[in-house]
Design a protein around this ligand. Sequence first.
Ligand SMILES: [Zn+2]
Length: 296
Amino acid sequence: MVLYTPEMTHHRRDCMMTYKIGLLFLLSMNAFSAVLKEYIPNKSVKNGYVEPFQMFDDLYYVGDKWVSSYLVTTSDGLVLIDSLDSPYGRWIPQNIQKLGFNPKDIRYIFITHGHSDHVGSAEYIQRHFGAKVMMSSIDFRLAKFTAKNSTGDNLFLPPKVETFVSDNDELSVGSKHFKFYLTPGHTRGTLSLEFFVTDKGKSYRAFIVGGNGTNFTGFDLAEKYAHSVQRIRNLSLSKPHVEVNLASHPHMAQIFERNARYSQQTNPFIDQESFQEFLDVLEKRSVKKLAKEKKK
Ligand SMILES: [Zn+2]
């Protein structure tokens, strides 16, 4: 038989109190870590934040300092192209709101390739705003691999992919028509795409080369890269010529310098020559890469 002395009761109450405080602490820690998990990074220069801006009547830049993300407006909702690294892509919905649109209107997210700086925030945007994600099946495998190896602040999940895109696929979203090309090299399943953008009502052919760098290994990929660049060159020179370079990294198309020169009279993003110069750069890279891989 146990006799409860007043001290013991007091002790039990203390234990209960400690238990309750402990439970509250644990619960708040859980809530805290849930918030932490989805935290939105400071919009600082150091973090690479860039204020979103308009490039065409129907095209906006919503990416950061290092990686592009483009927002296309159509008569039937919004299309987002690439999603930035996690957690920096969490700026994208806020950028979209800043531009006066509703991120819930994103119908599609097109992903150029499976590296984290392009696919990293697609799952976040999809989960919160219900967009359909489209990418190549080859690079979806890469996205799953990169997600599995993501850690710490950059931890992310692969998105749910609605439609796998194959070479020469086309998609109409309202008034906009997108054409996709499988352009392997930078990755095995890099996707490039083209569509028309308008400036003061006039139409211009825009092209996104899905992967620029030769930071891969293998002679067969180097050959594929060279072939893809040549193919994009041929495509771009069919009429009407490509006049708008929407590179997947802003420095490859001097996106910010051009934006600084933007005025009501001139749109510096319209520049046919510079797209060919950009392809020259990719071609030089491919020659160098082929030679390097051959030596191995
Ligand atoms: Zn990449």
